[in-house]
Write a protein that binds this ligand. Structure first.
Ligand code: ZN
Length: 339
């Protein structure tokens, strides 16, 4: 006689695996429950608390514990991945001088969570985890050699080889925003001159546009600026779409320096794909079209022909997805690729 009862019970106790992904930004903490296929099962965001590292990490801990409590009946939560700004020593746990977060200097994030959470915790730089999300589950899921540039307030980068982040000797590899594209050029926040970030970081672009307003009196950006006393990247994009002369000048300059940056990246890494993410990737082909032409001129013959230069697939949730992917490890990525 076949007894079916134990089998039924067994099936009922099998839960799908999931990871908690956290994306710490200057303004918001985003948290997601991420499936092993890179889907966001649950999502929440809260303003980043004001204060030093302990206050902010306590805010993150509270969110994590809420997720564990609410979802661990339904899912087997394997661990927590956290994407953080600044230099992240992912093995030792230190996060050093994250921009726009006063009072950190050097703080051991892994040590903070060690005694408070009964789950493995993984950390990495925020641009790195975004690159990982795109490489594993996004635009680059069918490619092996990927370089990702994140164009936001600053410019971040991540290098992913065979679905694993390339960290360099001490964990700091991939700072592609600080590749110098104009020797002796614009002052960058890092202290150097002529970095890619000084031409493509949103703050620099806005400041440069405002400087040029007087030279373009007919530009619609003058009208917007005089009415709202500020300009935003979406204002510039609208100007570009309207063939506004100042808008076109700005996007041409952005594309020129982005193209030089991409061309150099191609020469160094010979990637299958260069993925452009972050808020400014909304400029789409207005930016990528001309940038590809410049990159082609800068890249060595034979290296450019097969490389795809594309927009990122995940928008403002790439951070939580990528942070979650830190938990699953390489075998799980392979599983998802072969599905
Ligand atoms: Zn720099």
């Amino acid at each position: 006689m076949i007894n079916k009862q134990p089998m039924t019970n067994e099936i009922e106790t099998i839960r799908s695996t999931a990871a908690i992904g956290v994306d710490l930004g200057g303004s918001f903490i985003k948290i997601g429950l991420i499936s092993s296929k890179g889907r966001i099962l649950q999502f929440k965001e809260e303003p980043t608390p004001e204060g030093g590292p302990e206050t902010i990490l306590q805010g993150i801990l509270t969110l994590i514990l809420t997720f564990v409590k609410e979802y661990s009946n339904e899912y087997e939560i394997l661990g927590v991945g956290i994407g953080l700004p600044g230099v992240v020593q992912f093995k030792e746990g230190f996060v050093i001088n994250p921009p726009n977060m006063p009072g950190w200097k050097s703080f051991n994030v892994l040590q903070f969570f060690k005694s408070k959470l009964d789950l493995p915790v993984f950390i990495d730089n925020d641009a790195n985890v975004m690159a990982l999300a795109e490489a594993v589950w996004g635009a680059g899921k069918d490619c092996r050699q990927i370089v990702c540039l994140t164009l936001g307030t600053g410019v971040g980068g991540g290098i992913v080889i065979d679905k694993e982040l390339y960290h360099g000797a001490s964990g700091g590899a991939g700072e592609l925003g600080h590749v110098i594209v104009q020797a002796g050029g614009r002052q960058c926040g890092c202290g150097n001159k002529g970095c890619l970030e000084a031409y493509l970081g949103a703050n620099y672009i806005i400041a440069h546009t405002v400087e040029l307003l007087d030279s373009y009196p007919a530009s619609i950006l003058n009208k917007i600026y005089s009415e709202s006393a500020e300009l935003t990247p979406p204002d510039i994009l609208e100007a570009v779409k309207a063939d506004d002369p100042l808008g076109m000048k700005i996007v041409d300059e952005m594309a020129y320096y982005l193209g030089i940056g991409i061309g150099s990246i191609i020469n160094v890494f010979n990637p299958d794909m260069v993925i452009i993410g972050g808020g400014l990737c909304n400029f789409g082909e207005y930016l990528l079209g001309p940038a590809r032409k410049v990159a082609e001129e800068c890249a060595m013959e034979g290296l450019f022909e097969d490389v795809k230069i594309v927009q990122a697939e995940f928008k403002n949730r790439a951070g939580v997805i990528g942070a979650g992917s830190l938990v699953f490890g390489k075998n799980e990525y392979r599983m998802s690729i072969n599905d």
